[in-house]
Each structure stands twice: as structure tokens, then as C-alpha cells.
Design a protein around this ligand. Sequence first.
Ligand code: ZN
Length: 109
Amino acid sequence: MWKDDNSKIQQLWERFLNKTDRYPCNCPICERKSAHIYMHRQQGKKGAAWMWCSECCHCCHGTMMIPEWWDDDTFIDVYKTASHPDYLETQKVEIDCYVNKVLDDMRIL
Ligand SMILES: [Zn+2]
């Protein structure tokens, strides 16, 4: 189901760092408003990040430098995550809401 062979999906990371999107956002591949992002800090500045689209099912997962202003959530069980976002897809409404809230808090500061 998931396709991790198109690096265009990584544009979501740049857009996240620039705080230009609200989620779900337009997918860089199929352009439908179904793209999501999620990350979880591991140690220090690095963490695991996922970007995926619920419509065209392109995704990517990798270790990223997590921005200092990012606060980890408490509702995702990281032990259920895997390289493909099956579990995250089931939690996408909460994830989108949470990411939007972190970004809104940043914009106010
Ligand atoms: Zn897509």
C-alpha cells in the first residue's frame, strides 16, 4: 500500500520548518489536501519523522534534526510506530490537530 520511492514527499519537511502549512496540507505529489507530518524527539536534537499522504500513499520516514520549538505529544505510542505510517494514519486527525496547535503557539510567540 505505502510507497516510499518518491523523494518529493520530503518537501513537507521544508514546509514544516518554514511553518507555512496547516494540516492536512496539500500533497507535493498528488496535490490533494491529505498530507500529514509527525515527529518524535529521540535524543538531543535528533528524532524520528514521518511524512505521508493518505490519498496517494506516498510516505517517508527518517531521522531528522527536530526544531527546538517542537514539543512532543503524549498521545502517540511510539512503540507502535514503524517505518510505514500504518499506525500514524489511524491517528491522523489527532496528529494534525496537535501539529497545528504547536505551530499556532509558535506563531503567537
Ligand atoms: Zn498525495
